[in-house]
Design a protein around this ligand. Structure first.
Ligand code: ADP
Ligand code: MG
Ligand code: MG
Length: 902
């Protein structure tokens, strides 16, 4: 960070405003805003985040800072008519941290700066209250000692407790002036013995040290951890606010409090907050004495109460949002110490947004900016009944939200078996791997003792919208003995456990679950217009309607069967963006594929294909019926061949044993040879997708025929099928051309035979870098592109997802190499730039080229905004994410129409 000569590092509260959060931090910007609104804010000034950045980069404060601070301090002293720490009548200030984003309690603030052995007497004289002056002084030494000088805060707490005990009282207000004088002496002793120096008596030195301490607290452990969790960039720095003190500890006609302009849990308007008489600063939230509800202030001090209500209304109308505030009353006079747009629950966010529209404070476009897809997702998960009696077992990482209850099982096989017989199960593993997929699908929820937010379990569960708690380290999972031990409690297979993916908590036994009303609404089981519809559902309904009205992106679903398709449709899907056909080849049909692969002669192959065709066709007829009138993109077979063959090790053992017994079975031998022949080191980069279609004669054409015949059948039944055939893993236009030619032949033949004109679209996935780079050529043979951003991310980064997520993603996230996994949110600079360029190149060749995305990113809020921005036509995501994608597509559209006038 270079220092600019004319740079201004200090702003008076009268100079700033609420839009300067980058420079003045949230607290400083809002103090300035309130000052300019004419509200009673104690005067002061703000040192910018730029000054902090210089300090953090160079270890030195900017050279100009000291003089600038002096000038502002002079002005403040003039205005207040007294000097900082002046012995007969001291000006006191607080030195308060305040970054762009609120980091509650993560950084430091020191009150009562300017008190010393001398000025404490002056303060006592001026206030006519000795107790107050010594209470303020002990607070200064305590806060300054802890945050500026690094003394263990416990030492002060212990001394305070001892003083109370010695006097046989329980609250600090029962200590009188002489008790507090003694306490000050003791606090000073603690400082001396812990730091080897005396508590500084020079007020300016106190202030300068406190400012530096606030700068330093930006890089404290707590602050760093918080930023990582909240994805706040580490280089923003904090501003420092120097604010003249007002005193809530001047007796019963003084006090301090916090308040919300409306209920942050429900959104309801009313009087929400806490007040504490004769107290300073943090006392309200520290729980040292019992606070009273804010409403009680009306009877304690009616004048201040009325003024506060008036100010709260002013703030809400001005900020057009829920505000939270800190205030202090000094001898009947009200002072505002902080305000900000308040945090709220997901449910309140939706309600408040619509309430504010009704009040005429914001419009619909703004209402969309007041909620997020993540909040909507939270509202869609079932929850545990909070009133239930529960036995907590332990706690892990809240990896994928939801509330799941089921019998403990310790392997996938049992999970599948039990769930087939109608049991609900929780799959418990040390960690999961791709072999556990069946079990994960079968289970209600997944619980692991290892791995973090990007572990296989976490990522897959999130993708499936399944509840997951991972990395619960207290659990000792013993898969061999089918049990786990948690702090002495043994949980056997079959015991019921409950897991909460929103909090990471794990319970023994069944915690009752209540379904989310929001999902009931999306499912059509609850109507927003109904008399008894709850307020939340009405709010969600209205916000979704705004989003649908403005969004440009269409939203499709990834769905492979009619059941999922129907749900997707209820949730608002405008088609299917990805129907994977591989699921249609598993189970009983796997053997048919095995036959196809092993066929030695054309006849054998024909026979295998013939057996598969009617089954495939039936799948498609059902799907097209469920999605009648809407596009359905069917992807031809994609996964590597070995997935359809028996496991190589298992088969080898079987053959070896048989040979030893001298009764080797010819079929097994052939199978083993084939499995060896087809075995790949890197199946992900091997024989799959279009390559498979080109190598196994008849496979793709059988699938195309099934699609074409199904479409013809639906058409004859007066339906409106809109199939799109998608070729996976294309790297060059030549591959596509060959498949296309064959497909067109088949389609023409079906059309001729049935007399139905099918209008099937043919297109491709763009999921290899080469495809993206040669998009202009590929568009010659493709009527649509669907960006497969999962594989594109794997191939652009050279990451094998199953391997990297488990082995080193946690380290990468910790080192800040990326703030979020590129599999979760699209990597805009790398993968995203390929998408952007390929979209443009494709459209240059074929202006009406349809563009979509079908990776998991299609349901990720930030990625949806990116896809909107690069001009795709639709995103496709899992059925459960559709409302989230609709909302985010609406938010993206409202945002871009607000920021430019295209
Ligand atoms: P945080 O960001 O942790 O809330 P603050 O800077 O807001 O820290 O200060 C901590 C407490 O001290 C708050 O209750 C605040 O209202 C109070 N406080 C801060 N400055 C002053 C002041 N000048 N006069 C009186 N109380 C103050
Ligand atoms: Mg505060
Ligand atoms: Mg793929």
């Amino acid at each position: 960070m270079s220092e600019n000569k004319d740079q201004k590092f200090v702003y008076d509260f009268t100079e700033g405003n609420k839009d300067l959060k980058d420079l003045l931090g949230g607290k400083g910007a809002n103090l300035a805003e309130m000052t300019n609104l004419g509200l009673p804010v104690p005067p002061g000034f703000t040192i910018t985040t730029e000054a902090c950045k210089v300090y953090l980069d160079s270890g030195e404060e900017p050279a100009a800072l000291r003089d600038e601070v002096s000038a502002h301090l002079d002005a403040l002293e003039q205005r207040m008519g007294k000097k900082l720490g002046q012995t007969d009548d001291p000006l006191l200030v607080s030195v308060r941290s305040g970054a762009k984003f609120s980091m509650p309690g993560m950084m430091d603030t020191v009150l009562n700066i300017g008190l010393s052995d001398k000025s404490v007497e002056g303060l006592a004289g001026q206030a006519g209250d000795e107790r107050f002056a010594w209470d303020s002084y002990r607070r200064l030494i305590q806060m300054f000692g802890k945050t500026v000088l690094g003394v263990d805060g416990e030492l002060f707490e212990e001394a305070l407790d001892e003083a109370k005990e010695a006097k046989k009282v329980t609250v600090d207000t029962d200590l009188d002036a002489s008790d507090l004088k003694k306490l000050v002496k003791q606090f000073k002793k603690i400082v001396k013995s812990e730091t080897g120096r005396d508590f500084p008596q020079d007020p300016r030195e106190q202030m300068d040290l406190a400012i530096k301490a606030v700068f330093d607290s930006w890089n404290g452990d707590r602050a760093k951890l918080y930023r990582r969790q909240e994805r706040i960039p580490g280089d923003l720095g904090t501003a420092v606010n120097v604010c003249s003190m007002v005193f809530g500890n001047l007796g019963p006609d003084s006090g301090t409090g916090v308040a919300f302009t409306r209920d942050p849990a429900s959104g309801h308007q009313g009087v929400y907050g806490d007040y504490l008489q004769n107290a300073q600063g943090e006392d309200v939230v520290a729980g040292i004495r019992n606070t009273v509800p804010l409403a009680d202030l009306e009877s304690i001090d009616k004048k201040s109460y009325d003024q506060l209500m008036q100010i709260m209304e002013t703030l809400e109308t001005h900020y057009k949002d829920l505000c939270d505030i800190e205030f202090t009353i000094e001898r009947g006079r009200l002072w505002m110490l902080q305000t900000r747009v308040g945090k709220r629950t997901a449910g309140a966010a939706f309600r408040i947004a619509t309430q504010l529209v009704d009040q005429g404070l914001i419009d619909e476009a703004e209402a969309l900016q007041r909620v997020t897809g993540a909040q909507l997702a939270q509202l869609m998960f079932p929850r545990f009944d909070e009133a239930a009696q529960v036995e907590k077992l332990g706690r892990g990482i809240a990896a994928s939200p939801g509330a799941a209850v089921g019998k403990a099982v310790f392997d996938s096989y049992t999970a599948v078996k039990w769930s087939r017989s109608g049991e609900k199960v929780i799959l418990i593993r040390r960690e999961t791997n791709p072999d556990d997929l069946d079990g994960m699908i079968a289970a209600e929820g997944i619980l692991t003792s290892r791995g973090g937010k990007t572990s296989h379990a976490a990522v897959v569960a999130r993708g499936m919208g399944k509840t997951c708690v991972c990395g619960a380290e207290e659990l000792e999972v013993d898969t061999k003995r089918r049990r786990m031990t948690v702090n002495g409690t043994v949980v056997e297979e079959g015991d019921v456990v409950s897991i909460d993916g929103s909090t990471g908590k794990v319970y023994l036994g069944e915690v009752p679950v209540v379904p989310s009303p929001v999902v009931e609404y999306f499912e059509g089981r609850m109507h927003a217009g109904a008399d008894d519809a709850d307020e939340l559902v009405q709010a969600v309904h209205r916000i979704m309607a705004y989003a649908d009205r403005v969004r440009r992106l269409r939203v499709r679903a990834n769905a492979d069967n009619a059941e999922d398709a129907l749900r997707a449709r209820r949730f608002g899907a405008q088609g299917i963006g990805l129907c994977r056909t591989e699921h249609m080849f598993l189970g009983e049909r796997r053997e048919m594929v095995e036959k196809l692969i092993l066929a030695d002669t054309d006849d054998e192959r024909e026979e295998a294909l013939k057996a598969l065709l009617p089954l495939q066709k039936k799948d498609f007829v059902e799907l097209f019926e469920a999605m009648d009138g809407l596009p359905v993109t069917v992807r031809l077979l994609d996964p590597p061949l070995h997935e359809f063959l028996p496991d190589i090790t298992e088969l080898s053992v079987r053959v070896a044993l048989a040979e030893a017994r001298k009764d080797a079975n010819e079929n097994d031998l052939r199978l083993l040879q084939a499995v060896h022949r087809l075995h790949e080191q890197n199946p992900m980069l091997g024989l799959r997708g279009v390559r498979l279609g080109l190598v196994i004669p008849g496979l793709f054409t059988m699938q195309v025929r099934a699609i074409a015949e199904a479409a013809a059948e639906r058409r004859n039944a007066k339906g409106d099928p809109r199939a799109e055939i998608m070729i996976p893993l294309v790297g060059t236009v030549q591959e596509l051309e060959i498949v296309r030619e064959e497909a067109e032949e088949v389609i023409a033949e079906v059309e001729a035979r049935t007399g139905v004109e099918l209008k099937l679209a043919l297109g491709t996935m763009i999921e290899l870098p080469r495809a993206a780079l040669t998009a202009a050529q590929i568009a010659e043979a493709a009527e649509f592109f669907s960006f497969g951003t999962n594989d594109l991310t794997q191939t652009v980064w050279g990451f094998s997802r199953d391997d990297v997520e488990a082995s080193f993603f946690t380290a990468y996230l910790e080192k800040g190499i990326f703030g979020v996994s590129p599999f979760e949110t699209i990597d805009k600079d790398g993968v995203g730039s390929l998408v952007r360029n390929a979209a443009a190149a494709g459209r240059a060749t074929r202006p009406d080229l349809k563009l979509g995305v079908c990776g998991e990113h299609g349901g990720d809020p930030e990625s949806v905004h990116f896809f909107h921005e690069v001009g795709l036509d639709y995103v496709s995501c899992s059925p459960f994410r559709i409302p989230v994608a609709r909302l985010e597509a609406g938010r993206a559209a409202a945002q871009s129409s607000g920021s430019d006038s295209r």
